[in-house]
Design a protein around this ligand. Structure first.
Ligand SMILES: CC(C)(COP(=O)(O)OP(=O)(O)OC[C@H]1O[C@@H](n2cnc3c(N)ncnc32)[C@H](O)[C@@H]1OP(=O)(O)O)[C@@H](O)C(=O)NCCC(=O)NCCS
Length: 425
């Protein structure tokens, strides 16, 4: 273990360093406040702060590396299935055929919702955003399946959450378009079942298109985990108070909703549509994004961690071409996206700031081609991110060093003032 030296107020302090398995170094400041008599670190946005040690996902933003439990995303995306990735993230190793079969079987078995939950859906207005419904319904699961400290019960609740989330998501879509709810079918795989519940109607048979199913599998895999991002940190933050699984994940869903995080894929589509309606004039929007006073940003560009390329965006760019071709969809928005990317990547403003397309840039175009409506995009992201949130929550829970998360602050408000009773003000 090495050390780092800090000179503060004329005194020198030695702080231990922690080195990860990929040689990333953290200066351990956990004793800083006690040693210095009150000094803390200030890192708004947490860009330089490690909140935990984790063995789940490795990212090297400079080199564009993303690995789940050591396996490169490119390899997993090529041959893996989403439920296999769920197993890998949550239980730490790739499942054997038998383990995966059993896992898939229990996901199928638990996919039905308690019938009373249908009444909850009925109470929402048809215009309700499906992210609001998803978050509320995931919290509501805690009322049907209370938390227990028994490991087997926790595992069961994890499976229930993964299994029922697709049912909740598809019912929220059915509710928004006024179609009857479609129940899950045990003869279908996890991804087929979701597409069936989304797009089948009682009046006619629905056959899952294998191209769509493969694309869904890929999209879910690419979103499965991304270490300590905003929503995952939220899950850990809420979970650190020992809040139950459903409450912690529901908080993560809310954090994901924002346009700077999971809401970006919806914003990308809205932006591309806006450019299309404005005569495909993408150069105008690149100029607007460069002009800070416009308040406009190119949605789907830039990333807090990836400063070279987002490996997920690279995979999705190719997938967008393939899926649209396979499905025979000719979407003018794909052409705009390609042009926008080309112009931005050659522009000094974007080069200097290392702004590249992120995972959200092409995912919306694929979702659209699959028939998924824009307001469901962030829900799709949430379904993909579930195993990541769950595995991070589980890891935190099982870590004996885990403590309630409680950051400090530098207070900048008024100094002590004397309270005046209301009649004297
Ligand atoms: C992802 C994002 C929130 C990362 O933010 P961040 O790491 O805090 O980066 P900053 O906001 O500090 O941006 C750094 C610089 O690039 C500029 N910038 C960042 N993203 C930009 C974008 N999408 N379009 C135009 N300019 C952008 C900023 O204005 C800033 O410029 P400056 O250094 O001259 O002030 C940000 O890039 C963004 O808002 N992107 C669009 C939304 C999006 O796609 N989110 C999905 C993330 S997966």
């Amino acid at each position: 273990m090495g050390t780092a030296k800090l000179i503060y107020d004329g005194k020198e302090y030695e702080l231990p360093t922690v080195v990860g398995s990929e040689d990333e170094v953290g200066v351990d400041i956990s004793k800083l406040r006690a040693l210095t008599g009150g000094a803390i670190t200030l890192d708004s946005g947490y860009g330089n702060t490690g909140s935990c040690q984790s063995s789940i996902t490795f990212i090297n933003g400079e080199k564009g590396i993303l690995r789940y439990r050591g396996y490169p995303i490119e390899q997993i995306a090529k041959s893996g299935t989403f439920t296999e990735v769920c197993y890998l993230l949550i239980y730490g190793s790739l499942p054997t055929r038998q383990q995966l079969d059993e896992f898939n079987e229990s996901l199928t078995y638990h996919s039905m919702l308690h019938e009373d939950m249908k009444k909850l859906f009925e109470g929402y207005p048809p215009t309700a955003h499906p992210m609001a419904i998803l978050s509320s319904m995931v919290t509501s699961l805690a009322t049907y399946y209370p938390h227990s400290h028994r490991e087997d019960r926790i595992d069961l609740n994890i499976v229930r959450l993964l299994a029922k989330a697709t049912t909740i998501a598809s019912l929220s879509y059915k509710k928004s378009i006024g179609q009857p709810f479609i129940y899950p079918r045990n003869d279908l795989s996890y991804t087929e079942n979701f597409l069936h519940m989304m797009f089948a109607v009682p009046a006619e048979p629905y056959v899952v298109n294998p191209v769509v199913e493969r694309a869904l599998n890929l999209l879910l895999i690419l979103h499965a985990d991304h270490e300590q991002n905003c929503s995952t940190s939220t899950v850990r933050m809420v979970g650190s108070s020992q809040a139950n699984l459903y409450a912690s994940i529901a908080a993560g869903i809310s954090a994901l909703w924002g346009p700077l995080h999971g809401g970006a894929n919806q914003k990308v589509m809205e932006m591309l549509k806006m450019i299309h309606e404005d005569g495909d004039n993408y150069r105008k929007y690149v100029d607007m994004a460069k002009d800070k006073s416009s308040g406009f940003r190119l949605m789907g560009f830039g990333h807090r961690v990836y400063k070279n390329f987002d490996p997920r965006a690279k995979i999705l760019k190719q997938a967008a071409d393939d899926v649209l071709e396979d499905l025979g969809v000719d979407d003018p928005l794909l052409e705009i996206a390609r042009n926008l990317e080309q112009v931005a990547l050659e522009d000094e403003f974007f080069i200097q700031r290392k702004l590249y397309p992120n995972v959200d840039f092409y995912s919306g175009i694929i979702y659209s081609a699959m028939g998924i409506p824009t307001n469901m995009f962030t829900v799709m992201f949430a379904l993909g991110r579930l195993p990541g949130w769950i595995s991070q929550w589980k890891e935190m829970r099982e870590d004996p060093k885990s403590r309630i998360n409680r950051p400090r602050q530098i207070y900048t408000g008024p100094t002590e003032s004397t309270y005046t009773p209301i009649d004297e003000r």
